[in-house]
Design a protein around this ligand. Sequence first.
Ligand code: PEP
Ligand code: MN
Length: 338
Amino acid sequence: MIIVMKQGAEQKDIEAVVKRVEELGKKVHLSRGEARTIIGVIGADEHMIQQTTFEVMDGVEKTMRVMQPYKLASRDFSHQTTLIDVNGVQIGGKKVIVMAGPCSVEGREMILETAHAIKEAGGTILRGGAFKPRSSPYSFQGLGEEGLRYLAEAREQTGLPIITEVMSTDDIELIGEYTDIFQVGARNTQNYSLLKALGKVKKPVFLKRGISGKIEELLMSAEYILSGGNMQVMLCERGIRTYETATRNTFDINAIPLLKELTHLPIVSDPAHGTGMSNLVSPIAKAAVAAGTDALMVEVHPDPKRAWSDGAQSLTLEKFKQLMDELKPVAAAVGREI
Ligand code: PEP
Ligand code: MN
């Protein structure tokens, strides 16, 4: 952290700040410029120190953090993008990975039909919710273990790895028996006990940005999983809540290139939840690929009008095929493959 003293700050104010830094167990690097003095705070774990500790002191103009509060998630930790291998599918490489499937697994036939269509169209990972985080307790909550069994059967038939959401630490063991990737949804991004528990699992974690989550909060949530020992984490931009109500969420395209700068973790984009409207999914998916996303997650349903959840943002099987074809030249234009 850097503490910038006011122009003409008194010597006793500078000394008081230096004393406070030392009391906190850190070293001081003092730089006396012509106009003002700058005090550098040196030492590990500087994020444990509140900036306000100094900002309230006499003679202090402002403080700035030098190190990011997240360490293991930071680009400084690894300049190479982390490659996550899921049954031979690599997320974070040249190929843009496409995860697709229904919002919820509604039954055996529908997930098998969807999985085969996704495979044929060139999709790489099958998604489907079995434990659903619904805003209303009266809405369909998912098929639970039955849904996991159908997903596993779809993987067996198609070879597509599967991803499904985990909402509670109680379900980690059960879901872990079936899934290849644990999805943490936007409502659980800051469920720290869940994140800590996922730091101990041996499978990749797909972490969504919170509904009103800041980028730094997303990275700090990832840090919980990484610091527990699980380095296989990918981050997902899924739209944030803004004042705009014309769309379900506002897809934050800025997040993609910014996260690519800030972290080595692979970035996934979810234009389905990011827009809430199936007609916007394809243009935003293309924009995300152009902006540098490592993977996409889209919702696909054989009959979106009859979907039990998120039908309005789900692509038909035909539209999904069309999207896959249309993404190819966009990926090629930015040096990627689909
Ligand atoms: C989902 O992927 O179906 C889902 C519930 O997403 P989110 O957590 O982004 O709302
Ligand atoms: Mn959904």
